[in-house]
Design a protein around this ligand. Structure first.
Ligand SMILES: *Cc1c(COP(=O)(O)O)cnc(C)c1O
Length: 429
């Protein structure tokens, strides 16, 4: 047997039927030019990260753990320089004390808004967890409780910006705008950094001192440029998504202007202390190495998303974004049509996982959702969605949200397995 035959035998031994494998290979053949472009973006971004690491003379001493207050933590401070130089911002905060993406966004907002200020979302409803942060849904400790008001302008039906609506919504008290790049779990398209740049330029023309923050979750390294290259005052994200490269065990980042980041630092720790405190507690090696790997890890996840889109599109499923559409994040949504289809997809992803492959995910009544939800995640790091994962609410059209894949080969196997489970449940190829 040659190597290809050996690999195919391996897939068969791992539960993939010859029919599913053949279909997968047919879809993949078409994808080589697309994958070559993704590799080129990854190559560029790899050089961008490497340049920042070389410029800042990253060295073994930066990997040492600090404890207590964490004064003079040069490893932490240098990592923050590496992030700032990679994303072309004046400054950055990258900390394990930032527990998740929502926390990072809350810090960026609450650090920069003051009582009487208004926050504007010019791109419609923000990510679910921000509703309680902002006070769209009443919540103890929300920005609303601190006297910060909120206004929102929805995207137009075709997904473009409602410039007239935005012009009217910008008032003297409008201090900040929050712009979400990824569609998240909404049905609108994901925004490109360039589009975000046009929006920012428009708003700054009306009100030059408006602070523009971009929720960059799931978007990092998908393109050669980030929203910070297009005028964003802050970009914000989670380290258990793209920039952590699958290695960071927790954390978040805020990159932006020196002034904005300083205000966030004072919110993260305390006025007077700011960025000077915050021991790294041993997380530095994974933060550095994860960031080093992030461009290729993101490329793997993106390849997985495109493979899934093309495969399921070919079988007659509706996919968002479409298989051939440009991509600005790593999330793929597929309407599975039936509850059985959604369950089968998630069970396939779970069965292909390196961790907890023997577990069968079942729908459950998750707090905060109005229908049962099913989730597949066999991750090394709890909830890390840069690792291969899938989830969806059990209601029509039974959309599964699929993302991640630290290696392309794992993403490929997971997607083949999802289709195998669908076939096993009675779906005709
Ligand atoms: C994941 C995500 C968040 C929140 O991040 P958590 O780490 O889950 O708190 C916010 N916005 C977007 C667009 C996201 O994808």
């Amino acid at each position: 047997m040659n190597l290809n035959e050996t690999i195919n035998q391996m897939y068969k031994d791992c539960g993939i039927s010859p029919e599913v494998l053949k279909l997968g290979e047919e879809v993949l053949e078409e994808l080589s030019p697309r994958f070559a472009k993704i590799d080129a973006v990854a190559e560029y971004n790899q050089m961008k990260v490497l340049s920042a690491m070389r410029k800042n003379r990253v060295s073994e001493m930066h990997f040492a753990a600090t404890t207590g207050y964490g004064y003079n933590d040069s490893g932490r401070d240098t990592l923050e320089r590496v992030y700032a130089d990679t994303f072309h911002t004046e400054d950055a905060l990258v900390r394990s004390q930032i527990t998740c993406g929502t926390h990072a966004l809350h810090l960026a907002l609450s650090g920069n808004l003051r009582p009487g200020d208004e926050l504007l979302s010019p791109v419609g409803k923000p990510y679910d967890t921000l509703e309680e942060v902002i006070g769209i849904r009443d919540s103890v400790g929300s920005l609303k409780e601190y006297g910060v008001s909120y206004s929102q302008v929805d995207l137009l039906p075709d997904g473009s910006f409602d410039y007239e609506g935005i012009r009217k919504a910008i008032k003297p008290k409008t201090r900040m705008a929050t712009i979400q790049r990824s569609k998240g779990y909404a049905s609108r398209p994901t925004l490109s950094p360039k589009q975000i740049g046009e929006l920012i330029a428009f708003m700054k023309q009306i009100k030059p001192d408006i602070i523009c923050m971009v929720d960059n979750c799931y978007g990092e390294f998908v393109e050669t440029k980030e929203p910070s290259d297009y005028g964003a005052d802050m970009i914000v994200g989670s380290l258990i998504k793209n920039p952590g490269g699958g290695l960071a065990p927790a954390g978040g980042y805020i990159c932006g202007t020196a002034e904005c980041v300083e205000r966030v630092a004072r919110r993260l720790t305390s006025p007077g202390l700011g960025r000077e405190v915050g021991a790294n507690l041993g997380t530095n090696p994974s933060f550095y190495q994860g960031f080093f790997l992030a461009p290729t890890v993101t490329a793997s996840a993106e390849k997985g998303a495109i493979f899934a889109a093309k495969l399921y599109e070919r079988l007659g499923f509706r996919v968002h974004p479409a298989g051939d559409a440009p991509r600005y994040d790593i999330i793929q949504a597929i309407d599975m049509k039936t509850a059985e289809g959604l369950k089968a997809f998630c069970q396939g992803i779970q069965a292909a996982a390196p961790v907890d492959s023997f577990v069968t995910p079942e729908p459950w009544a998750m707090p905060g959702y109005d229908s049962d939800v099913i989730m597949a995640a066999g991750a090394f790091i709890q909830g890390a969605s840069i690792e291969l994962s899938a989830d969806g609410p059990l209601r029509p059209p039974y959309t599964v949200y699929f993302q991640g894949g630290i290696t392309w080969y794992h993403a490929k196997y997971g997607i083949l397995m999802s289709l195998q489970k669908l076939v096993d449940s009675g779906f005709q190829l």
